[in-house]
Ligand binder design. Structure first.
Ligand code: G6P
Length: 618
């Protein structure tokens, strides 16, 4: 989704902002732009459609601007993920007011923009030029300033008229002293260093300068100056905040020699899974959960758990349901956040709401959390980004410690979410006495062995690359499985869809015969997951059924299940493990399949079309 960067200070503002935008490319965007104050003059450069589709638009924007404005010390920039109006130079940000006095970048949606446009026209005879919702902000700010308000007052006035979600940064012609920022329901971080003050949508844009950042809360405004930075509430009272220290290294957000971030992040998994686990184990091997204060008494007061998330995180939640119900014997419902928030869910103070989210900023998940909280639920979140909105608004936060995830298709984000869910489910089971210490130790032993088993799978990635060459031209690929495998199938299918654009579908293997099997023929590929001992033979029967209709079957099963070779065209083995932990291994094979198929097709793996890493609008 849209990314914002703003800088005011002693360095070359154009360079700082363009570098920052390059770091935000991963969020997903289709056009970009920058506004600078050059000797007080407001200058704007934007880029949308480009000849060279393979080359980064930010790089092309940088080349387009060239050596111009190198003395500018104030700039705001933007990567736009189109919502209102097609990707075009006209619709790209920054937007400038008709009098040329105010430039604005914005992330979010101004829901009542049509009404505000009418007001601008009727009252001030101002016609908006673009199709965007954002332009009204620039026009309103300029109208209020022309009426005598200062930039901060104008921002408060404009935002008092706006409905929706917005993170905004604005600069003014002739005023090289400040950038004014505002946040409501859209992420914004700010920081101040010896080099100056920065505004950004997330911390990856500023990691080069500092690891201490402030998160704006809803309805807070920031005034950034070269030598200071102040945060205010809507009454213009200064807000004192604690900085969040982020221990991500700059290298962690770089490709490190891999062709793509996605491949690098797949290969990060042995390390990050080891970290996520070991930080929560004491020297005697028992579980010690940081960030979660749930006591036995709290658990006894919970009748039901809702796990709510979007996309990949939702798929992690499905595995979490199996684990919590099995080990802690508490009923769990899993829901996608965009559905949960509008269906008046049965939530009260005896509900535990668990949000799972890599970014901690997904708007639907955040709004679902607020809905649950307003009904009295306790909120526990499993989050990767430290200090993100969802982390800050939760009663208990369990960090996944995956490090920055840059590729749009989540890999290490997902597996570390699973690792957290294993630990939380075990913790709940132990507290409630529904599992024994011995049983938990057995599972922990298995979890400890996961990083090394993932390494073993990654060592064989060439085999998957070969398989990808055989299947990348196919147009329909199914993923089937039973039990935990059915949930992993959903994630495997999503990975493929996201980056290879092949039509793919995941279904519980037992459900095939109720309709979907009608689609099977000699052109279909079926990935059949069969890692659950008790269900393996049943899945084998489903393999036989689809093979009989001509489908090409790739089975994924444990090393001991050699007999799958007879009924399948290919078998991908995972190391022996307890059934419960197999998702952490089988998904590695499916991540690699998606990656190598997309690579064979020559797709833009890290930034697939139409997708955004962090979805901060509805
Ligand atoms: C987007 C991303 C997915 C992610 C989903 C939820 O769709 O492309 O990779 O799973 O949002 O994001 P979250 O940050 O809440 O986990």
């Amino acid at each position: 989704m849209c990314g914002i960067v703003g800088y005011i200070g002693k360095d070359n503002a154009k360079k700082v902002v363009i570098d920052g935008l390059a770091k935000l490319e991963y969020r997903g965007y289709d056009s970009a732009g920058i506004a600078l104050l050059d000797r007080g003059n407001l200058e704007i450069e934007k880029i949308a459609e480009t000849e060279d589709k393979k080359k980064s638009k930010i790089l092309q924007l940088d080349e387009m601007v060239g050596d111009k404005y190198k003395d500018a010390k104030v700039a705001i920039g933007h990567t736009r993920w189109a919502t209102h109006g097609a990707p075009s130079v006209l619709n790209a940000h920054p937007h400038i007011s008709n009098d040329g006095k105010v430039a604005v970048v914005h992330n979010g949606i101004v829901e009542n923009y049509a009404e505000l446009r009418e007001k601008l026209l009727e009252k001030y005879n101002i016609h908006c030029k673009s199709e965007t919702d954002t332009e009204v902000i620039a026009q309103l700010l300029s109208v209020f300033c022309a009426g005598g308000m200062n930039p901060a007052e104008a921002m408060l006035e404009a935002t008092s008229m706006m409905k929706g979600a917005y993170a905004i940064a604005a600069i003014y012609e002739g005023d090289e002293t400040e950038i004014v920022g505002y946040r409501k329901d859209a992420p914004m971080i700010v920081c101040h260093t010896d080099e100056g003050s920065f505004i950004a949508s997330d911390m990856t844009a500023v990691l080069k300068y500092t690891k201490d950042v402030y998160f704006l809360e809803d309805d807070e405004m920031v005034i950034c100056r070269a030598d200071s930075m102040d945060i205010f509430d809507r009454n213009m009272n200064k807000v004192q905040k604690k900085a969040f220290h982020v221990d991500w290294s700059i290298e962690a957000a770089e490709k490190g020699g891999y062709d793509h971030f996605m491949l690098k992040e797949i290969h990060d998994q042995p390390t990050v899974l080891g970290d996520t686990l070991s930080r929560r184990l004491t020297s005697d091997g028992s579980i010690k959960l940081d960030g979660i204060k749930l006591s036995l008494e709290d658990l006894n007061n919970i009748d039901k758990i809702y796990i709510v998330a979007c996309g990949t995180a939702y798929h992690a939640g499905l595995i979490g349901k199996h684990l919590i119900e099995k080990w802690a014997k508490i009923p769990v419902e899993v829901d996608v956040a965009s559905e949960f928030r509008y269906r008046d869910p049965l939530v009260d103070d005896r509900t535990l709401f668990v949000a799972v989210t890599q970014s901690g900023e997904t708007l639907d998940t955040l709004m679902a959390l607020r809905e649950a909280k307003s009904k009295g639920a306790r909120v526990l979140s499993i989050v990767n980004v430290v200090g993100s909105s969802i982390a800050r608004e939760s009663d208990d936060v369990f960090y996944t410690w995956a490090g920055p995830e840059i590729a749009v298709a989540s890999t290490k984000g997902y597996t570390t979410q699973l690792m957290c869910l294993y630990l939380i489910a075990l913790h709940m089971g132990l507290l409630k006495g529904t599992i024994t210490d011995e049983y938990a130790k057995g599972i922990i032993g298995e979890l400890k062995a996961v990083p090394e088993k993932v390494e073993r799978l990654l060592e064989k990635e060439r085999d998957i690359a070969e398989l990808a060459k055989e299947i990348y031209k196919k147009e329909l690929i199914f993923y089937i499985g039973r039990g935990l495998d059915a949930s992993v199938a959903l994630e495997g299918s999503l990975k493929l869809k996201e980056i290879s654009y092949i039509n793919s579908f995941a279904i519980a293997a037992g459900e095939l015969k109720h309709g979907t099997i009608a689609l099977m023929d000699k052109d279909t590929i079926v990935f059949a997951l069969a890692t659950q001992d008790e269900l393996a033979e049943k899945t084998l029967s489903n393999i036989v059924e689809v093979a009989a209709r001509g489908a090409y079957v790739v089975a994924i099963t444990k090393e001991k299940n050699e007999f799958f070779k007879k009924e399948s065209d290919r078998v991908l083995f995972i190391p022996e493990c307890f059934d419960e932990v197999s998702p952490l291994l089988s998904i590695i094979q499916l991540q690699l399949i998606a990656y190598f198929v997309a690579k064979e097709k020559g797709e833009n793996i890290d930034m697939p079309r139409n997708l955004a890493k962090s979805v901060t609008v509805e």
